[in-house]
Write a protein of this length. Structure first.
Length: 499
């Protein structure tokens, strides 16, 4: 349910104050706004940071995977070599197959050379007891080698698995084990190959850290370069903003310099084109106001003067009303013509469509014959289809015919016609009047400009008719021209493209 304020009959509600913008609020909003340059830079840095971090992480994962593959291959190789030696080897002292596991392990270890992070061990004894170990005598670059860690050895020896990973506080150990079958009543034994992957993993971590450092430097360089490049790319955008902020109704002449042929340059060109349209629109508006004020001032003064001096005499009142009505009609015509000229700036001022030029010329001739008692002649007619606005062209041609009537007397000839000249067509109105003086030919198409010689009598029009004809011609992408009629007079020609 809605409610309305009660007000007395016959009263109108008080106008509401327009919403105002607090300057402080606007300033705060400006301070909080993040520029497009910063936003582009932040997004670029975010994407690059994610990409570089992904590259570094992926590289580390690949290195660790390769390390695992190499270690697994090394463990399998050493275990396979021992299994083959156990099956096919001979004791160098007897020349017979090995029968003693301890002798087997000693001979094999003597013939092997382990990698830097690799340990080769021989274990002899019962599972659950502390086994006897045989170790190659060399330095292992780890805090606690496996052969010195009794608990770890017992865990590996007792494990039913042939491979595994042992996690110790001193570092990870990857191992593989080959058990030795009993020979007669000899105790059980096992060959163990162990690898300490700490240094290999540290190498992968070092590569990862180097990549991160390089990525950080790349991000810093990218930040500087992107800041400069984004500034250059967005410079026209800033100019658009600055220019828009500085534009006023009194100054629409500022334009943005256009460089290059990219999207930003296209934006600047579009903005400049918009300013051109705005400038033309405001110029047309100002011209309309100036012209209306200039031309309407005189009839308004005349109307006011006659009304102020009007007496009680019926004849005088009738004459005053006639004069006032005449001036009001003239004011109405001026306003209508000015409004029409103001519409010429609109893109929909003309609506072209396919038109048969011969039919249009004949229609104009029929309409023009009613304008005055003249010798009207339908001259040559072009038989062609053209694209134009038939109503606007008819309006222009009738205006030219009316102009010819004003400059001729009863019985004089006025010819109307059309002709084709290649890709152009011409529509013309030729009269046999006094013609147009040379000094007038340059100005008669301007607003409120009249010729200085019209059979010795100045016309009563406002001087807008030919301006309207010119605007219609230019709206079609054509022009209006003045030529001398053979035998005397003036010929006004509309020249239009036939497409």
């Amino acid at each position: 349910m809605t409610t309305t304020e009660a007000r007395e009959p016959g009263t109108t509600p008080a106008p509401k104050d327009p919403p105002t913008t607090d300057p402080a609020t606007t300033a705060d909003r400006e301070r909080r706004r993040i520029s497009a340059r910063v936003r582009i830079l932040l997004w670029l840095l975010l994407v690059m940071a994610v990409a570089l971090a992904s590259v570094a992480t992926t590289t580390r994962s690949i290195l660790l995977h390769d390390t695992d593959q190499r270690i697994n291959g090394l463990l399998a190789q050493e275990a396979g070599e021992f299994a083959n030696f156990e099956e096919q080897g001979f004791d160098p002292e007897t020349g017979l197959p090995f029968t003693d596991p301890e002798r087997l392990l000693k001979v094999f270890l003597q013939r092997q050379y382990a990698d830097l992070d690799e340990e080769l061990l021989g274990l002899v004894g019962n599972v659950g007891d502390r086994p006897t170990k045989f170790v190659q005598q060399r330095e292992i670059p780890v805090a606690l080698p496996l052969h010195e860690d009794g608990e770890a050895l017992r865990s590996i020896y007792a494990s039913p698995d042939s491979t595994g990973t042992l996690h110790r506080p001193e570092g990870e150990v990857r191992w593989a084990k080959v058990t030795v079958a009993r020979y007669g009543g000899e105790p059980a034994a096992a060959f163990v190959v162990a690898f300490h992957p700490g240094r290999e993993q540290e190498r992968a971590d070092e590569v990862f850290r180097v990549l991160l450092a390089i990525s950080g430097v790349a991000l810093l360089m990218t930040t500087g370069i992107a800041w400069v490049v984004a500034g250059r790319i967005l410079k026209p955008v800033r100019l658009v903003r600055t220019t828009a902020a500085q534009l006023t109704e009194q100054d629409l002449t500022r334009r943005i310099p256009v460089h290059g042929n990219d999207d930003v340059a296209a934006l600047a060109e579009t903005f400049n084109a918009m300013l051109d349209r705005l400038e033309r629109a405001f110029a047309a508006q100002r011209r309309f106001v100036d012209d209306a004020g200039h031309e309407l001032r005189t009839p308004i003064t005349i109307v006011r003067g006659h009304l102020e001096l009007m007496g009680d005499d019926p004849a005088e009142r009738e004459e005053t009303v006639r004069l006032v009505t005449d001036e009001l009609d003239r004011m109405s015509r001026i306003v209508e013509d000015l409004l029409l000229l103001a519409k010429t700036e609109r893109p929909d001022f003309v609506s072209p469509e396919p038109v048969q030029l011969a039919e249009l010329t004949a229609d104009v001739y029929v309409k023009a014959r009613t304008l005055g008692d003249r010798d009207w002649v339908l001259d040559q007619v072009a038989d062609r289809e053209v694209r134009l606005d038939p109503q606007r062209i008819t309006q222009a041609m009738v205006q030219l015919a009316q102009n010819a009537v004003q400059h001729t007397t009863a019985g004089q000839t006025i010819r109307i016609g059309s002709r084709a000249d290649g890709a152009r067509v011409e529509l013309y109105v030729a009269d046999s009047g006094p013609g147009v003086q040379a000094q007038d030919a340059e100005v008669i198409f301007e607003r409120f400009r009249r010729g200085t010689a019209r059979r010795g009598v100045r016309g009563t029009g406002a001087g807008l008719g030919l301006s309207i004809v010119k605007a219609i011609a230019e709206g079609h992408g054509g022009r209006v021209g003045l030529r001398t009629t053979e035998g005397g007079g003036a010929t006004f020609v509309l020249t239009l493209d036939s497409d």
